[in-house]
Design a binder for this molecule. Structure first.
Ligand SMILES: [Zn+2]
Ligand SMILES: [Zn+2]
Length: 487
């Protein structure tokens, strides 16, 4: 462990630690301090691990995320009251027997997160110590939010991806860990987004035309028989197949399909239709194999299997309605069709109000990883019902639900099985010149209007990134006016 006696930046960031700096230590004392203390630098002290009984470390509430306590924590830890800590360098992760995540994995994350904060805070006077502080907080939050190693890695990857997109801080207020930091455009936005958006709320006729769930979806009688054994048309290869609960090896390879869409390409001056995935012609054999899968063809069929609820159903006392909630969902194929497996939602301040994996009600056939970006549901804590309840705490009759993806049954309120009549959709804000059902993808719109490249990883979509991109497109429309983006 590296120990230095630079203390100036420590006291700047953590004035409380001054009390421990009464007399300069001798070399021998320092050595003792190093041996007797497990912490010498800004450090992640896993709160689940009990502190040594003779430690002078102040007890920190397990749930704390307050900045000051995190800063103070590693700097007052030496039992001999010797100054041993420095504020630079990545946070040091200690072994924690109770953690499901190996120390090494956590340390790698902490270091990568630190590197990003170092870059983001570079223009600031206290950039280095702020980077150490926020990297420690960020890693701890990732650890707190995850229940196992797979979940940890997934959350960490999301956080890192977002940190990488952050531009260097403009001023001292432009700081904060992922999930708490608010970008400048949002900070400056007047609190009138709801008023500004009234003219863009999708009308009731449009909702019907776009196959959005309407109030009558609430009254569809439920099917109680199992979908297992039913005959369905495959969503990929269009063949008929029988839904099974246990898939054998041959079932896992029963479907040959192209995962990409057909697109027109000009070859030697002539247009040809080729699959995007492998550049094969329409009549070609599929380039990919997998199980047959299906999805409900309309809202009514969906409602028969999993009931819809009102988005604002909860009237709890702790209800805190938002002006707008922008969300994005990822779906997977189950024995009952398609079901929600991840939801990300942000509010009018760009703050994450939800970013969760969701356990489907029925057995999974295919996680659709290529598109969902989800490879495991390990660590998922909630089912659809829990998510609906959580969401409805934030929704009253005036809350606008927004996102990208009108038309057909894959729009987000349909995926969440909620009915709501204040919808803003980037598909209708930036319509395709040919009209529906043609529409631009989020990736195209982000590229064209925000000059941002999203969904470019082979890992599939990141629903948080998609939600944020949708919101940026909505804000841009509000800023530029009704004619913007309508060709
Ligand atoms: Zn193909
Ligand atoms: Zn198939």
């Amino acid at each position: 462990m590296r120990v230095s006696r630079e203390t100036s930046s420590v006291s700047k960031a953590a004035p409380s630690s001054k009390t421990t700096l009464s007399k300069p230590p001798s070399r021998a004392e320092l050595q003792t301090a190093i041996r007797s203390s497990s912490i010498t630098r800004p450090t992640m002290m896993p709160e689940r691990k009990p502190l040594p009984s003779n430690s002078s470390v102040p007890k920190i509430p397990a749930t704390t995320t307050s900045k000051s306590s995190v800063v103070a924590q590693p700097r007052t830890t030496v039992q001999t009251n010797q100054p041993t800590s420095v504020s630079t360098g990545p946070p040091l992760i200690l072994p924690d027997l109770r953690s499901q995540v190996p120390q090494k994995v956590r340390q790698i994350t902490a270091t990568k997160v630190y590197e990003q904060f170092l870059r983001i805070y570079e223009p600031l006077k206290d950039g280095k110590s702020l980077a150490g502080r926020d990297a420690a907080m960020q890693e701890r939050k990732i650890h707190e939010d995850s229940v196992n190693q797979a979940g940890y890695k997934q959350i960490a990857a999301g956080v890192l991806g977002r940190l990488k997109k952050r531009t260097p801080a403009q001023n001292d207020a432009d700081v904060g860990i992922d999930g708490e930091w608010v970008d400048g455009a949002t900070r400056n936005m007047k609190n009138s987004i709801r008023k500004d958006l009234q003219q863009y709320i999708v009308t009731e006729e449009q909702l019907a035309e776009m196959n959005y769930p309407l109030p009558d979806a609430l009254n569809v009688p439920q099917l109680h028989d199992s979908p297992i054994g039913s005959v369905q048309n495959c969503d990929r290869c269009k063949a008929q197949f029988t839904v099974k609960d246990i898939l054998k090896k041959q079932d896992m390879e029963a479907c040959r399909y192209h995962y990409g869409r057909l697109r027109k390409i000009k070859i030697h001056g002539e247009f040809e239709r080729l699959y995007f995935c492998c550049n094969s012609p329409p009549e070609s054999k599929g380039c990919t194999t997998g199980p047959h899968v299906y999805k409900a063809e309309n809202v009514e069929d969906l409602a028969k299997r999993i009931p819809f609820v009102r988005a604002d159903a909860t009237h709890a006392e702790d209800k805190t309605p938002k002006e707008i909630i922008v969300f994005d969902c990822e779906m997977a194929y189950t024995t009952a069709g398609m079901e929600l497996v991840r939801i990300s939602a942000i509010d009018e301040h760009n703050e994450i109000i939800m970013d969760e994996l969701v356990l489907p009600e029925h057995m999974i056939i295919d996680l659709n990883s290529r598109y969902s970006g989800i490879h495991t549901l390990q660590g998922a804590k909630y089912n659809l019902n829990d998510i609906q309840k959580m969401l409805s705490k934030y929704v009253d009759e005036n809350t606008i639900l927004a996102g990208h993806g009108l038309c057909n049954q894959t729009n987000d309120p349909t995926q969440m099985k909620v009915v709501h009549n204040k919808i803003v959709d980037t598909v209708s804000l930036y319509p395709h010149p040919n009209g529906l059902p043609y529409r631009y993808g989020l990736r195209f719109l982000a590229n064209k209007y925000l000059r941002r490249f999203i969904q470019d990883s082979s890992e599939g979509h990141d629903s948080f990134e998609d939600a944020k991109t949708s919101f940026d497109l909505i804000k841009l429309k509000v800023e530029k006016g009704a004619h913007f983006g309508t060709h």
